[in-house]
Design a protein around this ligand. Structure first.
Ligand code: GNR
Ligand code: NI
Length: 167
């Protein structure tokens, strides 16, 4: 296993649109293991392949307290969504920034599991938020894109300042 470097907003590579996965081979299985290790180490509750500069439709999520319920989503699509919820979001690609984002309350997601079997999951709450956040990444979006221009400008300057002191 290996820890993978996570791209930081506003890196333009976070804007790439991920391609569907055609074959679930050893390369994909290794990527899942490395992404899971990277997510747990960060620590985060989800990670999209886009964030580690791999532009394939792959997401790992673990929202469990014990960090022992890894979920893998290959080629995930939101089939149905209903209602609205607003919750504070953070992102491993936007460190130290937490802002309220409006999302669907309940989603049904279709995806392939690691065996290549089609699955359908209907969920709400934090898992629904996280799935929507990760699918955004696969489409080249970060949660900051949902905020006002004023907030986006403030976040960019805060991160630029952080980068100067850490450099
Ligand atoms: O670790 C994460 N926490 C989080 C909290 C609220 C809403 C979404 C998330 S996802 C984030 C990890 C991440 O950046 N995934 O892309
Ligand atoms: Ni994120």
């Amino acid at each position: 296993m290996a820890l993978l470097p996570i791209l930081r907003f506003p890196d333009v590579r976070l804007k790439k649109v991920a391609a569907p996965i055609k074959n679930i081979d050893d390369g994909i299985r290794k990527l899942v293991a490395d992404m899971a290790e990277t997510m747990y180490e960060a620590p985060g509750i989800g990670l999209a392949a886009t964030q580690v500069d791999v532009h394939k439709q792959l997401v790992v999520i673990d929202i469990s307290e014990e960090r022992n319920e890894l979920r893998v989503f290959i080629n995930p699509r939101i089939e149905q969504s209903e209602g609205l919820q607003e919750g504070e979001e953070g992102c491993l690609s936007v460190p130290g920034i937490y802002e309220k984002v409006e999302r669907a309350e309940r989603v049904t997601v279709r995806y392939l599991d690691l065996d290549g079997t089609q699955q359908s999951l209907t969920t709400d709450g934090l898992l629904a938020v996280c799935i929507q956040h990760e699918i955004d990444h696969l489409q080249g979006h970060v949660f900051v894109d949902h905020l006002s221009q004023l907030k986006q400008t403030r976040i960019r300057s805060k991160l630029a300042k952080q980068a100067r002191v850490t450099a």
